[in-house]
Every structure is written in C-alpha cells, then in structure tokens.
Design a protein around this ligand. Structure first.
Ligand code: FES
Length: 557
C-alpha cells in the first residue's frame, strides 16, 4: 500500500512501472507482494533448477492471492569461483539484505542451494528482518558407479587419492566424472550444503521436511508451491525471523550439527548467523554439546549413505524426532508453530541411515573444539570423519606457507615427510588467503599413499570442504597472517593433538615462542582496493564466523 496506493507522483510512477510489464491494477491492488530471491546462475550447477523452482513458488503465491516478484541475487558456486566462494558469502548476504530492504515486498522467499548460498541468505534475512521463508534447493539424486554408491564430492577426493596411490587409473576417474552428478541439486553427501539446509530446517527457516527432499523430485516442487502460500500468510501476519529465531534455535542447530556428522563449515556459518541475530556464540558450548549428543546420521563423508537415503529415512523431521530429548522443542519456526508441534510421531524409517538414540553410531557427536598454545582461540576437528588412532598424536611439524609452497615441496623427498609428521598449512585464514579457502584437507604425499598410509594429522587456519575427511584440524584461530602462534612453528617442532583433552599444543618453551614472536614483529592487515580490500579490513576471525564487523547486530562502526 505504501508503494502502490499513493495518489502522488511516487504512486503514479510505481504503478505505471508494474503496468509497463503488463500487470493490470487487479494484478497488484490490495495484494501482498512476495519477493522471490533467486540465486540461479549458469555458473552454479547445484542451483540449475531454480528457474523452474520459481514457477512453483509463484504458483503458490498466486493461489493465496499474492503477487510474486522475482529478483536475482548474487549466486555462489563452489567449483567455479576463484579464489573461493567464502570470500563472497558476506557480499551475497549484503546483497540479499539490501534488496529485501530496498524493494517493495511484504515477505520474501529465499531460494538457496549450493554451499554458501543458504547461510548468506539467512544472514541477509536476519539483518533485514522482513518476513522470510527459505526454500532449500534440495540435493542431487544418488549416483552409483561400478556397483557402489558415489557422492559429491567425497568420492571425488577418494578417486583422486586412488589414482595417486596407483589403485586406479585416470580413465577410471573420467568414467566416474560422467556418473557422479545425475541431476541438478546440491552435493549428495552430508557436505556443507546438506548440512546448512538441514540446520536451516532445524532452526525453523524452512517448511518441515524441506532439507532432504531431492531437487528434481515432484515433492520438492510441491513443497516450493506450499512455501509460496506460506509466504502470503507471513505477509499478512507479519511473522519475522526475529519472532521465531532465538538462542534455543541456535542451540538446537549445534545439537543437530553434531548428530548429523555435519560439515565443519557450519561452525563458521552458525557463528556468523548468531552475530547477525545478536545471540551468544561460544565454541566451548559447541564442544560440550558434541560430547553430549549422539552421532546418528550415517551419511558420507562420516558414514556410508547419501541424501536420497536420508530423505527415505524421514530426513530432518525424523532426525529431530529421534533427538527430541536433546532439543528445546519450544523453539519457533517460520510456520508459526513450535519445533515440537511440527515433529512427526515416528522417528527414523531406516535405522541404518538414521540410527536410533538407543543405538547411535557413536555416543558422541561429530565436531570437537581443541585449544592450546597453537590455537588459543580454538580450532575444530570432525571426529566422525577422521582416524581415532590419530586423536592422541605427537609428531614433528612439516610447515607449508601457503598453496604454492605446498605444491613445491609436498612430493619432494627432501621435505622428509613420514607417517608421523604433522602437516601444517598456514597463511590461509580469513585475512591471509584472503577468504579462508577449503585447502585444509592437505593431500597425503604420494609415496606414503603407496605405502598404504590413509590418514595423517593435518593442521591449518583454512577450512575444509564439508565433503572431505581425514584427521584435519581446521580454523586455527588466531590465524597465521595476524600473528597467531601457527605463524611461529618451524619444521621439526613437536606438535601434540589431544582430542579427548581438547588440546592442540606446540611443544616448545614459552621463552622460545616469545622470542620467535618478537623476531617476527607485527602482522598488520594488508588491504587492497575494492571488495577484497573491504573484506580484509573488516573480516572477523573464524571463531566469530568470518562476518564483517559492521554487519553484526552490534556492528555499528
Ligand atoms: Fe554446490 Fe557442493 S558444489 S553444494
């Protein structure tokens, strides 16, 4: 009404603009306007079906008497963006926030799929705080290859290792390449996209059952249609994210992340989401919840199944039902009911995919936090995807300063890497890279793969793909580029990882560490021009979600 009912020049110009697109007065007069934020792009295969998905949302909006107006937002696709999509997550979040605030809309439907798109949209929607519902794009269909289930992109990493170890050929890898992605939709393992879609559902931003419904399944189209109808309800009742999303929702998300065997990247995104909503966030709480929450979901890379299996097992609603005693069921949802009110009676339909709480895959959850002289503000490790024998390990460091150094020295016998070595890759944190790329899954040298070594302790201030695996300690904070202790490690220094004790330590004397820090001097941020300059100047460390300082709820500068 504010935009289209005025009899002044503004009203004239805004009505005539709609009419210029062929809309009659009847198409918009008195109707709620529902924006549809579409992160479609030809560069993002995970979101390739979004042009069709919009038509289903639009149908739902029209069924309930609204007018749907679609608008494009930044689209972030993992395989094609250089140097890393994470550099642009905050840009997308700003784009979503400002478009939602700037355009006339009574509610917004958010279409996100590939990795960073869902957290970026939630962050933007929280800051704009207009009525909003997320429609996650859904996962790809399951794929098989030579009789085995294969998922993106856990089996890409495995195939690459297999070729390097001499167990398969490049021709085998090319055949896998043809088979592994069968449809539109995001990665089919419990990688970052599946994890963030599941957490979005657990936090109440989506309809129940949305996260695991396959992208190209007719049930996904019907779910999108229903989201369109719900968006019109939201426009009428004014139910905003701040009305249903709170501390209980965030704590539930941490619990679900642990039970999912989910991606370490979700830790960074949840921290950023907490900052946007002005909620308390603490890695210690995540660690405590991890020790108390059973791991239930048997999906790659932690387990063996894929997202279509998770869907058949009942998806997130079934998981939440299994986990009900670990959750705060009074948390709200976009549907205006509590999480408890939309839980199904029955839990898992397939105990091999979603284990019952009475017989979990492990009594503890997926992610642990370690701290110590090497990571004073913490680092994370996904214990469901590593090697338990390495969780209490002391070994000599082999240090790589960035990807070029890694490329140059990893395979060089003179580097002297042995199975007990602790491989450290540094300089790839939020400021150092910049953008904190997914390089923390440092490859195992070929000579060790050929000896049958399958895992080693790896430590980095970078992130790791949610589809990857291994004993990788990630997000070391503070990062090396800002003078964190990771910058002070030298080849041959002993490093101790003690997951049970929650420790990550550099075993050298404090005086020696202080002397090295003094010799290194200060580590200022070196910002260039443009968006990257803005990013380097304002990005927060991993423990605070890598958001910009000025975008947090309390972020006035
Ligand atoms: Fe898009 Fe994995 S590449 S979710």
């Amino acid at each position: 009404m504010t935009w289209f009912a005025g009899e002044d020049l503004d009203g004239f110009s805004q009505r005539s603009s709609l009419k210029g697109m062929g809309l009659s007065d009847e198409a918009f007069e008195g109707r709620p306007i529902i924006g549809i934020a579409n992160s479609f792009s030809d560069y993002v295969h995970c979101n390739a079906h979004f042009r069709a998905l919009v038509t289903h949302v639009r149908r739902g909006v029209e069924q309930s008497g609204g007018l749907a107006l679609e608008f494009p937002v930044t689209s972030l696709g993992e395989p094609f963006m250089a140097p890393t999509t994470m550099l642009f997550r905050n840009l997308m979040a700003m784009d979503v926030e400002e478009c939602v605030r700037a355009y006339p809309m009574d509610a917004v439907v958010l279409l996100g799929g590939c990795d960073k798109t869902i957290p970026a949209m939630i962050m933007g929607a929280l800051s704009a705080d207009r009525p909003a519902i997320m429609v996650p794009g859904g996962p790809q269909l399951n794929a098989t290859f030579d009789g085995a289930d294969v998922g993106t992109c856990t089996d890409c990493w495995l195939a690459a290792e297999s070729v390097r170890a001499g167990r398969s050929t490049r021709a085998d890898q090319r055949r896998l390449e043809d088979a592994i992605i069968r449809s539109a939709g995001h990665c089919s393992t419990m990688g970052t996209a599946s994890t963030m879609a599941s957490l979005a559902e657990a936090m109440g931003f989506t309809l129940a059952g949305a996260a695991a419904t396959p992208a190209v399944d007719a049930r996904h189209a019907r779910l999108a249609e229903r989201a369109g109808r719900v968006a019109v309800d939201l426009a009428k009742n004014g139910h905003r994210p701040s009305d249903f999303f709170g501390q209980a929702s965030l704590t539930n998300a941490m619990t679900v992340l642990q039970a999912l065997g989910g991606s370490t990247n979700a830790v960074v995104h949840l921290a950023a989401i907490a900052g946007r909503a002005g909620l308390d966030w603490d890695l210690g709480t995540l660690d405590r919840i991890g020790r108390e929450t059973p791991w239930l979901v048997n999906l790659k890379p932690s387990g063996r199944f894929l997202m279509e299996d998770f869907f058949e097992a009942g998806g997130v609603p079934a998981l939440l039902s299994e986990l009900r005693d670990h959750l705060d069921l009074s948390a709200g949802t976009v549907e205006g009911v509590t999480l408890g009110e939309r839980l199904p009676e029955r839990g898992s339909g397939r105990a091999d995919v979603i284990a019952p709480v009475s017989a979990p895959l492990d009594p503890a959850g997926a992610i642990r936090v370690v701290r110590g002289s090497l990571a004073p503000r913490g680092a994370v490790i996904k214990v469901t995807a590593g090697t338990p024998e390495l969780y209490d390990h002391t070994g000599p460091a082999v240090v790589f300063d960035g990807p070029e150094d890694l490329e140059r020295r990893l395979e060089d016998p003179a580097t002297g890497i042995v199975p007990e070595s602790v491989l450290i890759l540094r300089g790839l944190g939020p400021v150092g890279a910049p953008g904190m790329p997914e390089r923390g899954h440092v490859p195992i040298p070929t000579h060790l793969l050929r000896q049958g070594v399958t895992d080693m302790v790896r430590i980095s201030d970078a992130r790791m793909s949610g589809t990857a695996y291994g004993t990788c300690v990630l997000h070391v904070t503070p990062e090396a580029a800002l003078g964190g202790p990771l910058a002070l490690v030298k080849d041959g220094d002993l490093v101790r990882l003690d997951v049970a004790g929650g420790r990550l330590d550099l075993l050298i004397e404090e005086e020696e560490l202080a002397a090295r820090a003094a010799a290194m001097g200060p580590s200022p941020r070196r910002a260039g021009r443009g968006y990257q300059g803005l990013y380097v100047r304002h990005v927060l460390q991993a423990d605070q979600g890598c958001d910009f300082d000025f975008l947090r709820r309390d972020g006035e500068i």
